[in-house]
Design a protein. Structure first.
Length: 161
């Protein structure tokens, strides 16, 4: 998810390892980032060729999940994406717009009460509806300066988001 676009929701069965995460990065992120040279994507953002058309002005935000921060993942990003991978403080969901989106997504899915068989379809449809709401996405990413201001003012403390 980014201020200028989003990848589809990518259902995963089992644990996300650096191997599975890199595969998702190859398949889903790069083509989208390369179409939007100033996009900032966050943890559900994934990569695909061609690598050479991306702009170095891009940035990738991802939390500190082991698959995101592994040596293999960081080496892959450094080798294939000219964007910066921004540092992310530990235990900081208040700084992450995607956390707000996950909450909205979970509520939308729960409201539908899907069966196990329907869950993936319902979640993907809810995600598409959420990311098509440009005003909501813009508000999430537009809140970043205020989120950062609260954290700095609280000397690293929790921001009320």
């Amino acid at each position: 998810m980014g201020a200028h676009g989003s990848t589809p929701l990518v259902p995963v069965t089992g644990t996300v390892t650096s191997v599975t995460y890199i595969a998702m990065l190859r398949r889903h992120l790069l083509a989208r980032m390369c179409r939007r040279p100033t996009a900032i994507f966050q943890q559900v953002a994934f990569l695909q060729a061609p690598f050479s058309v991306c702009k170095a002005s891009q940035a990738v935000l991802q939390d500190n999940a082991p698959a995101h921060k592994s040596g293999a993942t960081m080496a892959f990003l450094a080798a294939h994406l000219p964007a910066r991978v921004l540092p992310w403080p530990p235990r900081s969901p208040d700084l992450s717009p995607i956390e707000n989106a996950w909450s909205v997504l979970k509520a939308a899915v729960a409201a539908r009460s899907p069966t196990q068989k329907q869950l993936t379809r319902v979640a993907c449809a809810a995600w598409e509806k959420l990311v098509r709401n440009r005003a909501y996405v813009a508000a999430l990413f537009g809140s970043m300066p205020t989120r950062l201001h609260h954290v700095v003012r609280r000397q690293g403390g929790f921001a009320p988001y």
